[in-house]
Design a protein around this ligand. Structure first.
Ligand SMILES: *[C@@H]1O[C@H](CO)[C@@H](O)[C@H](O)[C@H]1NC(C)=O
Ligand SMILES: *[C@@H]1O[C@H](CO)[C@@H](O)[C@H](O)[C@H]1NC(C)=O
Ligand SMILES: *[C@@H]1O[C@H](CO)[C@@H](O)[C@H](O)[C@H]1NC(C)=O
Ligand SMILES: *[C@@H]1O[C@H](CO)[C@@H](O)[C@H](O)[C@H]1NC(C)=O
Ligand SMILES: *[C@@H]1O[C@H](CO)[C@@H](O)[C@H](O)[C@H]1NC(C)=O
Ligand SMILES: *[C@@H]1O[C@H](CO)[C@@H](O)[C@H](O)[C@H]1NC(C)=O
Length: 490
């Protein structure tokens, strides 16, 4: 009798333990919020549109590459939204002042978008925002009126900033690109991004990146174990195969920094490295800042991307074109580093590196407009669109996201693929009147700091500057978000 009871007790205990274990491992999944969309039933027949913001002062003669304006694309996404809009943006500065819109009509775009976001509540659409901007008045206002805002203290978590810039709408549509929720992105900066429609497979994965930020609200430590619901669905080794406008493509999302990459998620640097390594003919890079330095104390040389480019040039004879912005906060050492890349090809047949600087038009009052804020790379095989500048600090500390689309060139059909379109966009910029070729022993004048150093006696009209342009292009971009228009960051 005794032993029988013992047996029953032990059996009950074992059962309890098993149930407990099962609960622990599935707990995260029990209260899932993915709307019944799973990897099995999600949609892979998607449409893609290239969106750009071309500032008014810039006009390209080539009209063959006119794309949907970024503001139109974003409004369109909001029109489609029926349930949820999830946004992560490095900046929130859509509400232009009357002063700004009085002399720049396009600046009103920002306010229009802001009011559209505020109007989502009336449509019963749930607006969720993840942001690293703890003190933003605009976010507080959105929080009060129509949005759920979660703040991520990146200073404590990674000693960096949250630079990711993407949207997920109804877990179906998405936007990713250089433009953020800053009126300048809709008016005075040159931006490039993509919008993908009806693509729940990919949206599901990007939504997981958003959810990761969402869960970091006010956390002071990065969790040592991530929930299974945050693991990547696709990555550089297991890409998502889908149709983009009826053309086959392979795609995946990457993120930064490493500490914010849960299991299976490809890091941005790995994605960039993979795209560079797989290129066979050419690599075209359009980037705001290129600086292989990490601005820690002491400053260090950061060779990751620089080294990959050197390898592609000298060992694989891939043609490289680098289009860097020349603007008030261009770090002076940029020229030395790109020049050293260029000399690598000296007297080497089939080694070709070309560098050009995109310099925006300067206004009569010395302010600079039309900064090329693009962050993409296109090769004969793929395109990478990211949120981060190619500066050491960015990849080490800042939160960012990127997307790789593999689509071979020269497919038989005559419709241009998204990769073709982005290459055409690069060519348009490259051959435009706004670029200058890198010349030996001559550093182009991009900012006050250099003008002061190189031509101290000349009275030249110069962009006014906050004088902090020395190091950390990454920080400088952040500060530009809060700067007023009067100091020249237009
Ligand atoms: C480009 O513009 C010219 C003149 O405005 C026009 O004739 C031509 O059809 C346009 N080309 C394209 C591809 O839109
Ligand atoms: C936008 O700014 C104007 C004043 O410039 C202010 O009256 C308005 O309340 C602001 N809107 C929001 C949503 O913050
Ligand atoms: C963010 O973290 C920093 C560093 O730990 C801390 O000083 C600051 O108060 C935090 N900010 C908020 C709003 O929690
Ligand atoms: C350079 O490229 C051409 C054409 O692709 C090839 O025929 C030639 O062998 C290459 N030269 C060297 C030194 O690799
Ligand atoms: C090419 O584009 C046209 C017009 O947008 C469309 O009707 C056609 O289906 C496309 N063809 C392919 C192969 O994608
Ligand atoms: C895909 O199709 C849409 C319309 O269906 C079109 O607007 C867009 O330009 C196409 N994208 C590409 C890359 O051809």
């Amino acid at each position: 009798m005794k032993s029988q009871q013992k047996c029953i007790v032990i059996f009950a205990l074992v059962c309890c333990f098993a149930i407990l274990l099962a609960l622990i491992f599935s707990a995260v999944d029990l209260w899932g919020d993915e709307d019944g969309i799973t990897e099995e039933n999600c949609n892979r027949n998607c449409r893609v549109v290239l969106v750009e913001n071309i500032p008014e002062d810039i006009s390209f003669l080539d009209n063959g590459t006119a794309h949907v304006p970024l503001s139109v694309g974003l409004h369109n996404l909001l029109n489609l939204a029926t349930r949820s809009v999830e946004i992560v943006s490095p900046q929130w500065a859509l509400n232009t002042s009357d002063y700004e819109s009085s002399f720049l009509p396009s600046a009103r775009q920002g306010r229009a978008l802001l009011y559209k976001l505020l109007g989502l509540k009336a449509k019963k659409v749930n607006l969720k925002i993840a942001s690293g901007m703890i003190e933003s008045a605009e976010l507080k206002s959105l929080d009060r009126h129509s949005a759920d805002v979660h703040y991520v203290n990146m200073t404590t978590l990674t000693r960096g900033q949250l630079r990711s810039s993407f949207w997920v709408v109804d877990r179906k549509h998405m936007y990713i690109g250089s433009g953020s929720m800053d009126w300048r992105s809709l008016a005075t900066r040159k931006e490039l991004g993509i919008i993908i429609y009806d693509c729940s497979c990919l949206a599901l994965d990007l939504h997981r990146v958003f959810n990761l930020y969402w869960q970091l609200q006010y956390k002071e430590f990065i969790p040592s174990i991530w929930s299974k619901r945050l693991y990547a669905l696709y990555n550089k080794d297991e890409k998502l195969s889908l149709l983009l406008n009826n053309t086959k493509a392979e795609i995946y999302v990457s993120t930064s920094p490493e500490v914010l990459c849960p299991k299976d998620r490809t890091r941005d640097l790995e994605a960039i490295s993979r795209v560079i390594q797989e290129a066979r003919k050419f690599i075209y890079i359009s980037i705001t800042d290129y600086l292989p330095l990490i601005n820690t104390n002491p400053q260090r040389y950061w060779s990751r991307i620089d080294g990959m480019v050197r390898e592609a040039l000298i060992l694989r004879n891939v043609r490289v074109r680098l289009l860097v912005s020349c603007w008030e906060q261009t770090h002076p050492l940029t020229f030395n580093f790109v020049w050293s890349l260029k000399t690598l090809c000296m007297q080497q047949t089939n080694c070709s590196l070309e560098v050009k600087f995109f310099s925006p038009s300067q206004q009569w009052d010395g302010t600079v407009r039309g900064i090329n804020h693009n962050r993409f790379m296109v090769t004969d095989k793929a395109v990478y669109i990211g949120n981060l500048d190619w500066v050491g600090n960015e990849f080490a500390f800042n939160g960012g996201a990127g997307m790789v689309i593999n689509q071979e060139e020269g497919m038989e059909q005559k419709n241009l693929t998204i990769v073709d379109q982005i290459r055409a966009t690069f060519d348009r910029d490259w051959y435009s009147q706004y670029t200058r070729t890198l010349q030996s022993n001559k550093i182009p004048v991009c900012n006050k700091h250099q003008i002061n150093r190189l031509a101290p006696l000349k009275a030249i009209q110069i962009p006014t500057d906050n004088g902090m342009a020395f190091l950390g292009a990454s920080q400088s971009m952040e500060s530009s978000g809060s700067r007023k228009s009067s100091n020249g960051s237009l």
